[in-house]
Design a protein around this ligand. Structure first.
Ligand SMILES: [Zn+2]
Length: 265
């Protein structure tokens, strides 16, 4: 059984402000250590549930947050960024049985995590077919291209609730709740334990109810924080400027969406 893990940091237990997820800041080491612990726990849970191969993508900022030596020997780790449009899902293909997402966070514009955003800080809001687009949603669609079910998510509570609506059989661990510019967090070691247990459950069961149907058509709206970014993006092929800060992009091909995101965000 082959398992793919995509890991971010703004949905790791206790993270509350940008300094804590910025490798140049003195607050960072404790939180990157927690990210490593949560990802290692997901690997251990996957192995307990029957995984034989694991590929982890370190998908936050520099892509160099997880300490490779702390992961089980069955795991391989992708560090840095290749430039492939799959981005946080680099190297995913149909050979994988399951996708797990660790440390994920709410979408751009959400009030449920002080670190909410989608891909970069440029977009105030992104919608796909009218649904507020989180990185979870984008990456779930990427997994759906290859018919790989997303069976587990850890991150902020609001994103977990959103995920449970989209994927009926998904297992989640909500490690913190955002309130304004604060978080109410689970004790970090408890988060690690819960992730290990729930991942083992998630990969050991039949997960037909975790595979979503990829929509046949994609209508994307991006509302930028700055009008100058919308103006520049409007020159991307098939993009239209709807308003000073808003662009729209329509396609039937998810890969075209991913390429567009790579170039305009
Ligand atoms: Zn991140």
């Amino acid at each position: 059984m082959k398992v793919y893990i995509s890991a971010d940091m703004e949905g790791i237990a206790a993270t509350a402000v940008w300094d804590e997820v910025d490798r140049k800041h003195k607050d960072y080491p404790a939180f990157s250590k927690q990210m490593t612990s949560e990802v290692a726990a997901a690997c251990e849970g996957a192995l307990a549930g029957g995984a034989t191969e694991i590929l982890v993508k370190d998908a936050h900022a520099s892509g160099r947050n997880i300490t490779a030596g702390e992961l089980p020997k069955e795991a391989k780790l992708i560090r840095g960024w290749s430039g492939h449009p799959y981005s946080m899902m680099q190297e995913l293909d149909e050979s994988f049985d399951y996708v797990l997402m660790i440390g994920y966070h709410s979408w751009a514009g959400s009030g449920d995590n002080p670190l909410s955003h989608t891909m970069t800080g440029k977009a105030a809001e992104i919608t796909v077919n009218g649904i507020k687009a989180s990185e979870f949603l984008l990456n779930t669609y990427t997994a759906a291209i290859h018919k790989v079910p997303v069976v587990f998510l850890s991150g902020d509570e609001a994103l977990c609730k959103h995920a449970e609506k989209l994927i009926s059989g998904i297992h989640t661990v909500g490690v913190k709740k955002g309130v304004g510019d604060s978080v109410i967090t689970m004790q970090p070691e408890k988060a690690v334990e819960d992730i290990r247990l729930k991942v083992a459950e998630a990969v050991a069961r039949n997960s037909n109810d975790c595979l979503i149907d990829l929509p046949e058509h994609f209508d994307l709206m991006i509302r930028f924080n700055k009008a100058k970014d919308a103006y520049k993006a409007s020159f991307y092929q098939d993009m239209s400027l709807e308003d000073e800060q808003i662009v729209r992009f329509k396609t039937a091909d998810w890969m075209e969406v991913l390429k567009m995101i790579q170039f305009v965000l």
